[in-house]
Design a protein around this ligand. Structure first.
Ligand code: MD6
Ligand code: FE
Length: 231
């Protein structure tokens, strides 16, 4: 049982099991998507349990809800926010507010584990000194999608967007400045982080309908944290 061949097979089987996991040493694999846009594979995986605990606390104070678009459509994604500013939408348009319109209270403070992740991911992508003042929390049930759009409600496009994925996989669409530009389809899994700024800051992006799947920590949902400098 301990022949060289058997040992080699055991070693191969072990490495095969872990092949699809990114390195867990802080030097996660990075993939450039476009000038100013990078995918950091597994960047948030280590912090995921702490992020989930903080998401629970934030959404206890500012519940996830289905916003209505200015056009009158109920969004399939359920949304909350934390930080000095929260993103919201109603018949009057998309905007950032200091208070949650649903509770009348200020948005919950941004947990340090959130802001530290956003700062570190931005720095890793070449955006040192990123200090987000808004974090949008999106929960995707199976079938939920987000149509291609640009993030342009922020005051200053000098800061990047940092987007962390948790839970079941999603196909993230990353296009260009024009809606008609070619779109990359990226499969994002638990712990992956995408950062886009500079020449990519106004690139279109979206999420295809989430497929039924199971994740050990999150069950059948995907949660996305999107960090911005909004004010
Ligand atoms: C995501 N969310 O949930 C990405 N952008 O994976 C967004 O891109 C987004 O949910 C602007 C406003 C709301 C959003
Ligand atoms: Fe967006």
């Amino acid at each position: 049982m301990t022949s060289p061949a058997r040992r080699r097979l055991g070693w191969m089987m072990t490495t095969d099991l872990f092949d699809d996991l990114p390195p867990d040493d802080g030097a996660a694999a990075t993939q450039t998507l476009a000038p100013g846009a990078v995918l950091l594979r597994g960047f948030a995986r280590r912090q995921a349990p702490a992020l989930l605990e903080a998401i629970g606390r934030v959404t206890a104070g500012a519940p996830l809800r289905h916003l209505v678009t200015p056009g009158g459509f109920r969004m399939s994604v359920a949304t909350s926010s934390c930080g000095a500013l929260g993103w919201t939408s109603d018949a009057h348009g998309y905007r950032y507010t200091t208070h949650d319109p649903q509770t009348g209270l200020r948005w919950p403070a941004m947990p340090p584990v959130f802001s530290e992740l956003a700062r570190d991911a931005a720095a890793c992508a070449g955006f040192a000194g990123f200090t987000p003042d808004a974090c949008l929390i999106n929960r995707y049930a199976p079938g939920t999608r987000l149509t291609l759009h640009q993030d342009r409600n922020e005051r200053d496009f000098g800061a990047p967007i940092v987007s962390a994925s948790l839970g079941v996989p999603a196909i993230f669409l990353f296009g260009g400045q024009r809606r008609s530009d070619p779109v990359q389809r990226l499969r994002l899994i638990h712990g992956d982080v995408v950062v886009w700024g500079d020449a990519s800051r106004l690139n279109h992006h979206g999420v295809l309908p989430i497929k039924a799947a199971h994740h050990a920590l999150l069950g059948d949902v995907r949660i996305n944290l999107t960090f911005r400098r909004a004010g």
